[in-house]
Design a protein around this ligand. Structure first.
Ligand code: NAD
Length: 437
């Protein structure tokens, strides 16, 4: 690649990919990091748009006999470092631009934590709460078939995300395997253990979210900025799904007082601290938090504004924005979700001394253990849960320390530092591989 600036940039970043705020924020953040590190402008331009995307329509026979068509997407943002990797989201607001932004974040995440994987993402525009189990299965299988030429253990490996779980991955693996004539577990990660999943995968993202909070507390202590103890702190968790429920549990077992958690319908709050295992059991039984007896009901907006030490946004993107950031009182925020804080809100938080552990670092635990699952599957040799957790902790600690040292080197916040770290590795690889043809 030549090092001259490339006028194509504006066209790429204002095209079909960039209609969502999440995409616009991701490009803004990347630009900021790129300018700070003085990156080759051609590399920066290339990273602003995905490599490839597929848009499909998925016909599904519903339980009432009617046929409904759903929109689905699979986007590979960058595959310089290895096969694409990223979840499949079932959510009513999924669109091409949002999925493209999430694929970009996956590229950055995999590069940051040193995995030999690229970035991808997929999604279906559907409200998963309104589908029966047979409808979920039919949708997942037909979607897999529609994108089958784009995925594979050496091409692009999906995983669960919002609205999907291990069962969806089992259906995807089965559909893919049926089309090839033999079992191919490596086509997805986040599978149930019985069909080649990894111990510790379900908990990995939430665990990682808490590991980095512990590192942040340690760093603040070392720098003489604060002397926090997790067991004396309080926390609120926005989004009580696969990531948020585990993060809340991990905080609680370390003695932190989790005073509020929320889901799509609203939040529950108990200033004395919630009994997290009991809330998890209630959620499992009722599928939402409505009616939980030992707490008062508040809104998601009120949860964001609670006077707590730690806030874990673990639901969706664009939750903390210029409109509500001034209400945030937490001192440490660990981004369990992808893109929960807009660029404007991020700048405000940094100016006001809030430690924000960025998504591509904070929630990388999931993709790290997905990578372990892929490796274990390829070797047909499975590790015990302690081994998985130890290796996860090791990779997260290394990535955290690297981001902290880049933040010192460039005098910037952790978000920019994480992107710089990530792009440093990725741009070297891109330049070494060169531009084809
Ligand atoms: P999930 O579907 O298991 O849980 C999502 C939670 O958010 C649910 O409690 C849901 O009710 C709530 N929610 C959805 N929309 C909401 C809204 N508008 N307001 C408030 N709450 C809302 O999903 P998950 O897998 O836990 O993923 C959560 C976030 O973490 C997403 O941003 C996802 O991309 C990110 N993430 C997930 C993983 C993983 O391993 N699952 C890994 C990395 C990042």
């Amino acid at each position: 690649m030549s090092r001259q600036s490339n006028p194509v940039v504006t066209e790429l970043s204002s095209g079909i990919w960039s209609t969502s705020p999440l995409y616009q924020n991701a490009v803004l953040d990347l630009d900021l990091a790129g300018r700070k590190m003085g990156i080759d402008p051609n590399v920066l331009d290339r990273l602003k748009a995905p490599k490839r995307a597929m848009c499909v329509t998925i016909p599904v026979r519903m339980d009432d006999g009617s046929v409904r068509n759903f929109e689905g997407y699979r986007v590979q943002h960058n595959t310089t470092l290895g096969p694409g990797k990223g979840g499949i989201r079932f959510h009513p607001e999924v669109n091409l631009s949002e999925v493209s932004a999430l694929a970009m974040l996956m590229t950055m995440k995999c590069s940051l934590v040193g995995l030999p994987l690229g970035g991808a993402k997929g999604g279906v525009r559907v409200d998963p709460r309104k589908l029966s189990r047979p409808e979920h299965q039919a949708l997942t299988r037909r979607f897999t078939m529609e994108i089958i030429n784009m995925i594979g253990p050496e091409i692009d490996i999906p995983a669960p995300d919002v609205g999907t779980d291990g069962q969806h991955m089992a259906w995807m693996m089965d559909t893919y395997s049926m089309s090839k004539g033999h079992a191919i577990p490596g086509v997805v990660t986040g599978k149930p253990i019985e069909i080649g999943g990894s111990l510790g995968r379900v908990e990995s993202t939430g665990r990682g979210v808490v590991y980095v909070i512990e590192h942040a507390i340690e760093l603040l202590r070392k720098k003489g900025k604060a002397n926090y103890q997790l067991k004396e702190m309080s926390a609120a968790v926005h989004g009580f799904g696969k990531v948020g429920s585990v993060a809340a549990h991990e905080l609680a077992i370390r003695g932190c007082k989790v005073v509020a958690v929320s889901d799509f319908y609203g939040a529950i709050y108990n200033p004395k601290g919630l009994n997290v295992p009991e809330v998890v059991a209630y959620m499992d039984a009722h599928r939402n938090l409505k009616g939980y007896p030992h707490a008062e009901v508040i809104t998601n907006e009120q949860l964001i504004a609670l006077d707590v030490d730690i806030l874990v946004p673990a639901a969706i993107d664009g939750v903390i924005t210029a409109a509500n950031v001034k209400n945030v009182k937490a001192k440490i925020i660990s981004e369990g979700a992808n893109g929960p804080i807009t660029s404007e809100a991020q700048a405000y938080l940094e100016e006001h001394g809030v430690t924000v552990i960025p998504d591509i670092l904070a929630n990388a635990g999931g993709v790290i253990v997905s990578y372990f699952e892929w490796v274990q599957g390829m070797q047909q040799f499975f590790w015990n849960e302690n081994e998985v957790n130890e290796k996860l902790a090791e990779v997260m600690a290394k990535a955290f320390n690297q981001v902290a040292s880049v933040a010192d080197r460039y005098h910037c916040g952790m978000k920019t530092a994480a992107l710089i770290s990530s792009v440093e590795r990725l741009s070297k690889a891109m330049l070494l591989r060169g531009l084809f043809p």
